[in-house]
Design a binder for this molecule. Structure first.
Ligand code: 2PG
Ligand code: MG
Length: 424
C-alpha cells in the first residue's frame, strides 16, 4: 500500500523569490508527501551541488533542468518502490545520479524527492513525522538558536559576522524559549530605532545590522537581553555564526567593517577576547573550512567552554565528521539535509556525530519556504538544537510555530532538550 504511485515535480519560489524544486508524491494508499529544497547563500565547498540552469532567466537560477531530471529519470526509477524503505530509495537516487556531489541530477531535485518520500511514509503510517522518525527511540523538543541581527552574505556584507543569535539557556520549555527570544528581538529593534539605525531586516528576518564595528552588534545584543529583563549568560546566551570561509583568502581573515586583516592566530585571538567579554555560548564556523589547523587549535583553546560548530567544514557528511573528531576539530555539527542530499545520509551524519560525542543542531538555509520538516527531524532524531533564522518572516515563524504545535500536542511525553548549563 505504501508503494510510490506517482511523482509530480514543480517549480515553486523560496523566501528570496528564487526558483526552487518541489516534489509531490502519491502512494498507492492515496497518501501524499511533499518535499521542498531549501537553498544556501554561504555554502561550503564540499556541499552537494544544486542544479541551476544558468542563462538569463531569474539570474541564472531557474531549475528547469532539475525538473526535467525528476520527470524523466527520477520518477520512472522510483515508481513502485516502497516509501517506507527510505534507505533503498535514497540509494537508488544516489546511484541514478552517479556523481560524488549529486551534481548531475542536482542535490535540489534529490533532496526534495528524499524529503517527499519520508513525508509520504509518515503520512501513510498516520503519524506526525517526528513520531514516525523516533519510533521507540528517545525524542525531544530542540533548543532554538535564533538570529537577532543578520550579517555577512545575508545582509550585503554590512557586517562581517553572518549571524548574531541568542539561545534562551534558562528556558524550561520550547515555548518559553520563544517567549524569551521574542522579547530580546523586540528590544533589539527598539534600541536600534532609538539610535536611528533601524534599517529593516536581513535575509533570515534578523535586524539589518547598521553597525560600524562587529563589537557594536555584540554590545547591542547584550543591551537587548538586559532591556528584555533577562540576565546575559544566565537566562540568555549569545551564539555566533562567523561563517569565516566567506572572508578568508590567501591565509588572511579580512574584516571589512573593522578595516583589518588578521592571520589565523590573530583572528582566533580576537574571538577569544569576544568569548571573555561577552556571554557567548556557541560559535559556528569560527575559522574557514580550509583552515583545519586553525579549527583544531581553536577547539583546543575554547572547546571546553563553548560549543564550536562545524557547518561549511563538515557539510552534514558522516565521513568528514569522523575525520574531524579524529583530529579534534569542532565539538558540534550543523545538520542541513540539502548539504548532503538525502534523508538517509542526513541521519547518518547525526549518528556519526553522536557516536563521536559531538552535539547536533538541525538547521534551515537562508533560502527557505513554508516547509517545516526540519523541526520534525530535530525532534524525532533527538538532535538537541534547532537553528532556523530569526523571529520574523513567515518562512521562519512557520518552523517555530510548528515546534509549539508539537510541544503542546505531545503532552508531557516530550522533554525539552536544554543541554546548556546555567552559566554563572
Ligand atoms: C548558515 C546558513 C543559515 P546559508 O550559514 O548556517 O544561517 O546560511 O543557508 O546561507 O548557508
Ligand atoms: Mg553557518
Amino acid at each position: 500500500m505504501s508503494q510510490i504511485q506517482s511523482i509530480v515535480a514543480r517549480r515553486i519560489w523560496d523566501s528570496r523569490g528564487i526558483p526552487t524544486v518541489e516534489v509531490e508524491l502519491a502512494l498507492e494508499d492515496g497518501t501524499i508527501g511533499r518535499g521542498i529544497a531549501p537553498a544556501g547563500a554561504s555554502r561550503g565547498q564540499h556541499e552537494a551541488l544544486e542544479l541551476r540552469d544558468a542563462g538569463e532567466a531569474f539570474g541564472g537560477k531557474d531549475v528547469q533542468q532539475a525538473l526535467q531530471g525528476l520527470r524523466h529519470e527520477i520518477a520512472p526509477a522510483l515508481l513502485g518502490m516502497d516509501a517506507r524503505e527510505q534507505a533503498a530509495v535514497d540509494q537508488r537516487l544516489i546511484e541514478l545520479d552517479g556523481t560524488p556531489n549529486k551534481s548531475r541530477l542536482g542535490a535540489n531535485a534529490i533532496v526534495a524527492t528524499s524529503m517527499a518520500v519520508l513525508n509520504a511514509a509518515a503520512n501513510s503510517a498516520c503519524k506526525p513525522l517526528w513520531r514516525y522518525l523516533a519510533g521507540d527511540a528517545a525524542a525531544s523538543l530542540p533548543m532554538p538558536q535564533i538570529q537577532i541581527f543578520g550579517g555577512g552574505a545575508h545582509a550585503g556584507r554590512r557586517v562581517d559576522v553572518q549571524d548574531f543569535m541568542v539561545i534562551a539557556i534558562g528556558a524550561t520549555s520550547f515555548e518559553q524559549s520563544l517567549e524569551m527570544t521574542a522579547e530580546v528581538y523586540r528590544h533589539a529593534g527598539l534600541l536600534m530605532q532609538r539610535k536611528g539605525t533601524l534599517m529593516g531586516v536581513a535575509d533570515e528576518g534578523g535586524w539589518w545590522p547598521a553597525f560600524s564595528k562587529n563589537e557594536q552588534a555584540l554590545d547591542t545584543l547584550v543591551a537587548a537581553i538586559e532591556a528584555a529583563g533577562y540576565t546575559p549568560g544566565l537566562d540568555v546566551g549569545i551564539a555566533l555564526d562567523i561563517a569565516a570561509s566567506e572572508f578568508f583568502a590567501d591565509g588572511k581573515y579580512r574584516l571589512a567593517l573593522d578595516n583589518r586583516s588578521l592571520d589565523s592566530n590573530g583572528f582566533a585571538e580576537l574571538l577569544m577576547r569576544w568569548i571573555e567579554q561577552y556571554p557567548i555560548v556557541s560559535i559556528e564556523d569560527p575559522l574557514s573550512e580550509s583552515d583545519e589547523q586553525g579549527l583544531i587549535d581553536f577547539t583546543r583553546e575554547a572547546g571546553h567552554r563553548i560549543q564550536i560548530v562545524g557547518d561549511d567544514y563538515l557539510v552534514t557528511d558522516a565521513t568528514r565528521i569522523r575525520a574531524a573528531a579524529a583530529c579534534g576539530a569542532c565539538n558540534t555539527v550543523l545538520i542541513k539535509p540539502n548539504q548532503i542530499g538525502t534523508m538517509t545520509e542526513t541521519r547518518a551524519a547525526i549518528d556519526a556525530a553522536k557516536a563521536v560525542g559531538y552535539k547536533t543542531i538541525v538547521s534551515a538555509r537562508s533560502g527557505e519556504t513554508e516547509d517545516t520538516m526540519i523541526v520534525h527531524l530535530a525532534t524525532g532524531w533527538d538532535a538537541g538544537q534547532l537553528k532556523v533564522g530569526s523571529f520574523a518572516r513567515s518562512e521562519r515563524m512557520a518552523k517555530w510555530n510548528e515546534g509549539i504545535r508539537i510541544e503542546t500536542s505531545s503532552g508531557a511525553s516530550l522533554p525539552f532538550a536544554n543541554g546548556f548549563r546555567r552559566m554563572a
